[in-house]
Design a protein around this ligand. Structure first.
Ligand SMILES: *Cc1c(COP(=O)(O)O)cnc(C)c1O
Length: 217
């Protein structure tokens, strides 16, 4: 299947209100261009250096989303142009993004990454940390648009569904709270190539898909 066909096929699966983030990490600019020519404008990358290199050479109307763990010392490189950071996983990182957003004279849209998987290695806030952070959030260089999560890497579809449902419940609960002005619960980023259909059934507004578009990495 071609990249164009893959994008069209996923596009026809998308639920209303759900957007496709094409995850182009490890793939060369030429393949991103191919997806762009098929109409895709939003791309996800997990490394600052790789995303910056592609930003330099590819069309300027691409929206670049950072989806991987972000080190505080690298925020400054993407602060002027990144469209959305999905992976804000600590108060320390949030503070740095806020600072770099102010420096760049903009408000950087972000999602808070929530730890939902039953695995040791994943990054993110747990429920208590999230609520504490939101209570105290004073943001001027960044805004929080919603939440992001990754389910456990497992063949157990019901476990994946439970984890997505848990995240959606938290998203809804927070959405009803009295929130600081810079915080909104509009976007719920969940679902990858192997589980995006379940994620959409559980209320995802952004699916991050790499392999099903570009093939194996
Ligand atoms: C790589 C990656 C994806 C895409 O994974 P695929 O299985 O290739 O669709 C989605 N989200 C994050 C955070 C990733 O790092």
């Amino acid at each position: 299947m071609s990249i164009k066909r893959n994008i069209e096929s996923i596009g026809s699966d998308l639920r209303k209100g759900c957007r496709l983030i094409a995850v182009s990490k490890t793939h060369p600019p030429a393949l991103v261009q191919e997806a762009y020519d098929a109409g895709q404008r939003v791309f996800g990358e997990n490394k600052v250096q790789e995303m910056s290199a592609k930003y330099e050479v590819l069309p300027k109307d691409i929206q670049w989303h950072l989806i991987g763990h972000l080190q505080t010392n690298k925020v400054k490189y993407i602060a002027p142009w990144v469209s959305l950071i999905h992976s804000v996983d600590s108060p320390k990182l949030a503070a740095e993004i806020d600072k770099q957003g102010q420096k760049a004279g903009r408000i950087i849209p972000c999602l808070l990454q929530v730890y939902i998987a039953k695995e040791e290695t994943k990054f993110g806030f747990d429920r208590t940390e999230l609520l504490t952070f939101l209570e105290n959030a004073k943001l001027t260089g960044m805004s929080i648009e919603g939440l992001m999560g990754m389910a456990t890497l497992t063949d157990d579809r019901e476990q994946i569904r439970r984890e997505f449902r848990e995240l959606h419940d938290l998203f809804t609960e927070i959405g009803k709270m009295h929130l600081p002005q810079a915080v909104q619960m509009k976007e719920l980023s969940m679902g990858m190539s192997s589980d995006y259909k379940i994620a959409m059934e559980e209320g995802s507004t952004m699916v991050r898909i790499g392999t099903a578009i570009f093939g194996k990495r």
